[in-house]
Design a binder for this molecule. Structure first.
Ligand code: SF4
Length: 209
């Protein structure tokens, strides 16, 4: 059964009206969606990722109204989580947000390149921020057993292919979580083609919601 518009929004569990750090260089509003297909032991938002039911669902119309009220101060909207690409009907959410007139940034762990490919068809999806967890062989440990080295390589390489064609729409990040050393970070950086650079993030073990 196709997802209805309302079903698509039911995993919206958090809203930050203004952020200066979630989309570098942009003042953004951040929409947090619950659920994730990975189980990273160092997850920065584990409760939202694993137990979204612990957060009340937010009302779509109320959030759209609040975005409209702040529209003149905002440069864009960030969709994050949890993991945005596992949302049922993410394309409907993206379509709804087109009406705000603001560009979107999607944060993703990169394991659903098919969803990213579909999202890129929307011109207002201006930025895809992909988290590469570490070297391929470390994915089972870093993802809590959810992703094999082969899966990780295949998914991220698909995204890198897309990024070669539209580098301005991608950013790749790696968080220096406990267990990742400098050599691991260099290995991850070596996966990126010329013209793309890896953004290194320091690990902050905090729950944002
Ligand atoms: S992919 Fe992100 S949200 Fe999902 S478990 Fe890992 S760190 Fe948490």
């Amino acid at each position: 059964m196709p997802d209805s518009d309302e079903n698509s929004w039911q995993m919206l569990r958090g809203y930050e009206p203004f952020s200066l750090c979630d989309w570098p260089g942009m003042t953004s509003a951040v929409l947090f969606f619950g659920g994730c297909n990975l189980r990273c032991p160092t997850c920065h938002n584990a409760l939202l990722a694993r137990h979204p039911e612990k957060f009340p669902a937010l009302d779509k119309d109320d959030i759209l109204r609040r975005i409209a009220q702040n529209r003149k101060w905002l440069d864009g909207l960030v969709l994050t989580g949890g993991e945005t690409t596992v949302l049922p009907g993410i394309s409907l959410i993206v379509q709804d947000l087109w009406k705000t007139g603001l560009p979107l940034k999607l944060d993703t762990n990169g394991m659903r390149p098919d969803i990213v490919r579909a999202a890129l068809k929307f011109a207002h999806v201006r930025m895809i921020a992909v988290d590469i967890k570490g070297p391929w062989e470390m994915y089972p440990k870093l993802s809590g057993g959810a992703v094999s080295p082969e899966q990780a390589r295949k998914s991220i390489e698909e995204l890198l292919q897309m990024a070669r064609k539209q580098p301005e729409r991608f950013t790749f990040r790696c968080t220096r979580v406990p267990g990742l050393n400098d050599k691991d970070i260099r290995t991850v950086a070596s996966y990126l083609p010329e013209g793309l650079t890896l953004k290194l993030q320091e690990y902050v073990p905090e729950i944002r919601l």
